[in-house]
Structure formats: C-alpha cells, structure tokens
Design a protein around this ligand. Structure first.
Ligand SMILES: Nc1ncnc2c1ncn2[C@@H]1O[C@H](COP(=O)(O)OP(=O)(O)O)[C@@H](O)[C@H]1O
Ligand SMILES: [Mg+2]
Length: 254
C-alpha cells in the first residue's frame, strides 16, 4: 500500500509541557486514519504540526514523497492538505458561499484593475469559484444554504460549512479535528456517512476524534495518543482489544 504521509519522531513542547513526544506513524493513501486519545493527549497539537501552523521541535514530516518539515501553512495548503479546526472558524457575518470560497487560495489570481473592471476573465473566474463552492456544498448537503449568513445556521450546519471550505481546494489529504464535537447522535451518523463518501472519492482522511463509536465505525487504521506519546496503532479491532487503550479510556471522564 502507498503511504501518503509519514511522520517520524515528531516532538513539540510548550514550556515544560511535552504536548507531542517522539510520535511516528504513517497514513496509507486512500484510507481513513483516526488519531484518538483523551483530552490533552496532544491530538490538536499534532494536527497543528502537520498543517504547518506550529513548527515541530524535532522530527520529520513527509507528504507524497516530499519532505515538508518546517513548511508554513500556505505551502502545505498548496500541496493539497486541507484542514478543519476543533473550534469552529467561521466568519459569522459572511455568507455560506463566501465562507466556503475562503478555502480557495487562488482568489486573487486576477489583478485589482481587472477585478474592478470585471473583465471577462474575472467573471469567468467568479463563475468557476461559484461552481466549485456549490459542488463542495453539495457534498455536505448545504447547497440550499449558500446565500445564508453563516452565523444564522445551526451549529451542525456551520461545521459542514467548515468542511466544505476544506473540500473546495480538492485536497489529497483532509485533516479533521474532532468533526463530531458538539453534534448529536443523529448528526454524528450523518457525518460518518459524509466522511465515508468523501473518502470514497479518493481523498485520504486523517481524523482526530474523541467519539470512539464514530472512529471504530469508519476508520481503517487507528493511532492512539496518550500524554503526547503513541500508545498503540492498528485496526479498530486491534486497538479496541488493547489493554492499555481500554485502561486509559475507562479511566477517562467519559
Ligand atoms: N499553544 C499552547 N501553549 C501551551 N500549551 C499548549 C498549547 N497547545 C496545547 N498545549 C498543551 O499541550 C497538551 C496537548 O494539548 P492538545 O494538543 O490540545 O490535546 P488534545 O487535542 O489531544 O486534547 C495539553 O496539555 C495542552 O494544555
Ligand atoms: Mg484537541
């Protein structure tokens, strides 16, 4: 099987806190790979390292055969790695359409004068952008909401807007940080189907999730973090049967 991302000996400390300790794993192309672990395990920090939002102290990240260690976010996005955030980052006063369009990094391809004059090329680009946003919205069943102000949507719909924003760039790898956070069980079911649907179109998904049920249902591979370090890695079944994993989850406040 091909590897799309390889993480080797990644570490990150904040002051005295070792948020990520010597973590290594690889993500196979075309799979849904979950990273689970209790609160504070280092999952979001790991994502921030992979997305270039935070530089690692040590370790290497390889994506599609390329060493991307130390790359800033825009360079990583340009390589077609897209992400969502654990805490929603939606512009509430902007329309759903404009929120989704923010996920395209080519918005300013045409110059200012051309934009002001609304030349044919500008209008063509606008139409293409609209079509891409509409297609991304369709994949998440929010295409009927494109004109709405994002802040007026239900919470679950806002999370879908964020995912559509990640999808508009046609990513090869999609990083989802706790996509089920705050969703009810019905919404979580729908989310599971959507993530599977997205994955079936060829997008590799790396998913951080606290909801074990969701992870076990949709993941091909699970990596478990505890206190910043890798505790286990394997199929959902292997991880579920791992005594250490069971212990930290039973000891968890959930
Ligand atoms: N920017 C930061 N500054 C200081 N400490 C941080 C920062 N980000 C995360 N941490 C700490 O790192 C540890 C891991 O946090 P995090 O990656 O958010 O865990 P998770 O996403 O698994 O809940 C926690 O102890 C957290 O308090
Ligand atoms: Mg987190």
């Amino acid at each position: 099987m091909n590897t799309i991302m390889e993480v080797a000996n990644l570490s990150k400390s904040f002051g005295g806190i070792k948020a990520v300790r010597d973590v290594s794993f690889s993500v196979n192309t075309g799979t849904i790979h979950a990273v689970i672990g209790p609160n504070g395990a280092g999952k979001s920090t790991l994502f921030n390292l992979l997305a270039g939002a935070t530089p690692a102290d040590t370790g290497r990240i390889n994506f599609n055969g390329k060493d991307i260690t130390g790359f800033p976010t825009h360079k990583i996005a340009a390589l077609k790695i897209a992400r969502t955030f654990q805490n929603l980052k939606i512009a509430p006063k902007m329309s759903v359409l404009d929120n989704i369009r923010l996920g395209l990094h080519t918005v300013c391809k045409t110059g200012l004068i051309a934009s002001l004059l609304r030349t044919p090329s500008v209008r063509r680009e606008e139409r293409e952008t609209y079509e891409k946003a509409e297609a991304a919205a369709k994949r998440l069943d929010i295409h009927h909401l494109l004109d709405r102000e994002a802040g007026t949507l239900a919470y679950g719909e806002q999370r879908s807007v964020e995912m559509a924003r990640a999808l508009i760039s046609d990513p090869l790898l999609l990083l989802l940080d706790e996509p089920a956070a705050g969703l009810n069980s019905r919404e979580t079911e729908d989310l599971a189907d959507r993530i599977k649907g997205i994955n079936e179109t060829g997008i590799t998904v790396l998913l951080v999730e606290h909801d074990m049920g969701l992870v076990m249902r949709i993941s091909d591979h699970v990596t478990v973090l505890a206190q910043g370090a890798k505790l286990a890695s394997g199929t959902p079944r292997e991880v579920q049967d791992n005594k250490e994993v069971v212990r930290i989850y039973l000891g968890d406040d959930e």
